[in-house]
Design a protein around this ligand. Structure first.
Ligand SMILES: [Zn+2]
Length: 413
């Protein structure tokens, strides 16, 4: 097999395209391949498909292709231009690359695969591309994926906020709780932020939403009530967020008490923060005895901790009536604890109890709390290389959007 035939087969070139020349430069670790059309080739207008005469050839262009062994490989061609009576002079597209691309379709696909596995800087090192080139591929892949994405609203939504870069700047993430994908990312966490997502859909489509898991965050509640028919039954205050309210109250009790003890020279609570915050079964083996001892010393923190831990049982009931009854007893206990942060947290939960109880109807929690979060965390870690907020959003879509990112490669079969 001749080198030109070998590469024509590997590249899946179909007539009228053929390979004129293959040049190997071992000193430069580089292969260059020139593609041309066979004489007498027939061309169609890219716009209307009519058979049209050749007009001329554009300047020679170059595309980076998959490496040949250790050699970077480049395709070269002068693409023909045709003259259509209706559409004027048009350039015939290359079958191996998208319009205006610097990479062949196969190379683009490989770069997308690599981008999925590591950050952009890693990709540049592995593939010898520049940061802008690698990022450009990622951005294009997301644009492609979003353009292909079917307009549909998931039946089970979950809404979450994620801080971006510096603290107190947020993005709202709207997720498909069933697929575990991020559907939409929008700046801030205001009512308008979430409404911007809902407003893409008709009231009929929005009526198809069965449940929306979220934090007890008034702007999200208001947006959902304003846009989703029957929101009252559909909003589910997420288990993890509900528990966090009580955990934070407990931590406040711990901080206050620790301060007061230190004044008396009592260091009992020193270094124990994470023992109290963890779920009981997650306290590491080697610290169990220590934790047991400090718990047994009749501290306010210990009482707050018991109240926090006991709330977890709420989500284990089969029947909502039993859970509601359990909450009533828990609420009585919490509000009589004489621990102000705990009393306040209990009151917050009480105010929202009807939509905490909707859990038993829908049995859903936040998608980002389960699995998706680790992916988003990874994107955030990669985000140190991102220059702005738009980059962050693009990366979330790329890694978490469940999009069809790849260019369609023409095959010879
Ligand atoms: Zn035409």
């Amino acid at each position: 097999m001749k080198d030109t035939e070998l590469y024509a087969a590997l590249l899946g070139l179909r007539p009228p395209w053929r390979i004129r020349e293959v040049k190997l430069d071992l000193a430069a670790d580089r292969v260059d391949i020139w593609i041309e059309e066979a004489p007498g080739a027939k061309w169609n207008c890219p716009e209307c498909g009519k058979v049209v005469p050749l007009y001329d050839h554009a300047e020679e262009r170059q595309w980076r292709h998959l490496d040949t062994c250790h050699c970077q490989t480049y395709l070269h061609a002068r693409l023909p231009r045709v003259q259509c009576p209706d559409h004027g002079i048009r350039q015939v597209p290359a079958s191996w690359a998208g319009p205006g691309a610097q990479f062949t379709l196969r190379m683009e696909s490989q770069l997308i695969d690599t981008l999925k596995e590591c950050d952009v800087t890693g990709v540049t090192r592995l593939t010898g591309t520049s940061w802008d080139e690698a990022w450009g591929i990622l951005q294009k892949a997301v644009a492609r994926g979003l353009a292909r994405k079917q307009r549909r609203i998931p039946r089970h939504l979950s809404v979450d906020e994620k801080s971006f870069a510096r603290r107190h700047r947020y993005e709202t993430l709207i997720c498909d709780a069933e697929r575990g994908t991020v559907e939409y990312v929008v700046d801030d966490r205001r009512q308008e932020s979430l409404e911007q997502y809902y407003r893409q859909f008709t009231p009929e489509e929005l009526a198809g939403v069965k449940a929306v898991a979220m934090d007890m965050w008034d702007p999200y509640i208001a947006a959902t009530q304003a846009c989703v028919p029957g929101a009252g039954e559909k909003i589910v205050f997420d288990k993890f967020h509900v528990l966090r309210v009580v955990s934070e109250a407990m931590d406040q009790v711990r901080r206050q008490e620790h301060k007061a003890l230190l004044v008396k020279g009592d260091e009992r609570l020193k270094g124990t923060k994470h023992l109290w915050l963890a779920n009981e079964e997650n306290v590491p083996e080697w610290r169990r005895a220590e934790f047991q001892a400090v718990k047994g010393t009749n501290l306010k923190t210990g009482r707050a901790w018991a109240i926090k831990e006991s709330l977890r049982k709420f989500w284990t009931f089969h029947y909502p009536q039993r859970a509601a009854e359990y909450f009533r007893r828990w609420y009585f206990w919490a509000t009589h604890s004489r621990l102000t942060p705990i009393v306040n947290a209990a009151k917050t939960l009480h105010k929202h109890i009807s939509n905490i109880l909707t859990y038993f109807q829908h049995r859903m929690t936040n998608a980002t709390a389960e699995g998706l979060n680790s992916k988003i965390q990874m994107v955030k870690e990669m985000a140190c290389g991102f220059r702005n907020r738009e980059h962050y959003k693009t990366a979330i879509y790329f890694h978490c959007g469940g999009l069809d990112l790849y260019p369609k490669v023409e095959t010879s079969s």
